[in-house]
Write a protein that binds this ligand. Sequence first.
Ligand code: ACO
Length: 378
Amino acid sequence: MTATAPEIHRGLAGVVVDTTEISTVIQETNSLTYRGYPVQDLAARRRFEEVAYLLWYGELPDERQLAGFKARERALRPLDRTTSELLARLPETCHPMDVLRTAVSYFGAEDPTEDDDSPAANRAKSLTLLAKLPTVVAADQRRRRGLAPIPPDPGLGYAENFFHMCFGSVPDPDVVRCFDISLTLYAEHSFNASTFTARVVTSTLSDLYSAVTAAIGALKGPLHGGANEAVMHMLTEIGDPQRAEQWLDEALAAKRKIMGFGHRVYKYGDSRVPIMQDALDRLVARAADPDVTRKAALHAALRHAMLSRKGIHPNLDYPAGLAYHLMGFDTPAFTPIFVMSRITGWTAHITEQLGHNALIRPLAAYDGPGQRPVPSDA
Ligand code: ACO
C-alpha cells in the first residue's frame, strides 16, 4: 500500500493558521483594515498614537484615554545609563537592527516581570517598548554620525520627538505628518513573517521580549522589512532616471529580485502605497530641489518600467524608502523605524495569541535518506 503524498505549502502560502481580530486585507476592495477601520482613513484622520491604542485596546481612544496613554508613553521614553552604555559599546559596523534586537533582549533581561504573561504585564511591556525604541534608534543614528544623544522631550508627540532626538529640531508639520502617516501604514499587517515569528515564539509560552527580539530578526531580512533600505541602495546604484529601464532589464535577466516590488498577499497593488506615494509626492514638491526631483523621477521611471515589464506593483517599502531618505534619515535606520511602528502590531498579536494559545508546530514531508544502520566504528 502506498501512502498518499502530503500536500506541501511552501512558505505556508495560502495556509490559514488561525483567526485574528486585529487586521485584515479585504481582497475584493484591496483594502487593509485595522480593527475594521480602513488604514487610509486612519492615516488621513488620526495620529499614530491613536492607532497604537486602537491596535492594543480594540477601539479608538476618547480624549481622556488618549491623554492618559500619551502621558504614560512620554514618561517611559528615557533610557537608563546602563542601557545607553551597553548599546554604545556595540561595534559601529553592526547593523542598527542588531542594536535594536540587543536592546529589546536587554530590556527583557533587566525586567523582573519578564516572565509574567498576564495581559496587564504585557500591556506595560508593550508600552515600554513603544516608548523606548525611538530613543534607541535616534541615539544609534547620532552615534554613527559622531554625535552625542539628545534626550527625549516629553512635551512632543511620538513623531515630533523622534525628529527632535535625531536632529535636534522638529521639521515643519507637513514633514512630521508624512512621517506619522508612514508609522500608521507600517503598524500592522496580519500574519506577515515577523508577526508570525512573534506568534510562534509566544505559542511556546516564552516571554514578550523574546518574541519581539525574534520578530526584529525576521523583519531585518530584505524580503521583508529590510526592503525599505534595499530600495534606497538600488536607487543609488541606478543613479540616473535615464538608466532605469536598462538597469531593470539587466537585473531581471540576472534573476535579481527588485526591492520594494511584489507582495505575497496583494497581487494587484499594495493598498498602503497610494497614501504613502501621496505623502512622498508632497515631500518632493516642498523640497523644490533639482537633486530631489531627479530622485523622484528615477523612482517613478523604475515603477513604470517594472509594471510594464513584469506587471508587478510596488509595495509600501518602495515609497517609504525614498520618503525616509528625503526626511534626512540615514538608510540603515529605515528598517528600525519600521520596528518603531510595527511594535504595536507585534504586541497586539502576542496578546491575541496568548488569549487562545495553541503551540504552533507544523509538519514537514521528509525526503532524506531512508532508515539505515549506523556503520560500526572504523
Ligand atoms: N522582483 C522580481 N520578480 C519578482 C518580484 C520582485 N520584487 N516579486 C515577485 N517576483 C516574481 C518572482 O520572480 C516570481 O516569478 P516566477 O513565477 O517567474 O518565478 C513571481 O513573481 C512570484 O514571486 P514570489 O517571490 O514567488 O512571490 P512571493 O509571494 O513568495 O514573494 C515577496 C513576495 C517576497 C515580497 C517578493 O515579491 C519579493 O521578493 N519582493 C522584493 C522584496 C520586497 O520588496 N519585500 C517587501 C515586502 S512588503 C513588506 O515587508 C512591507
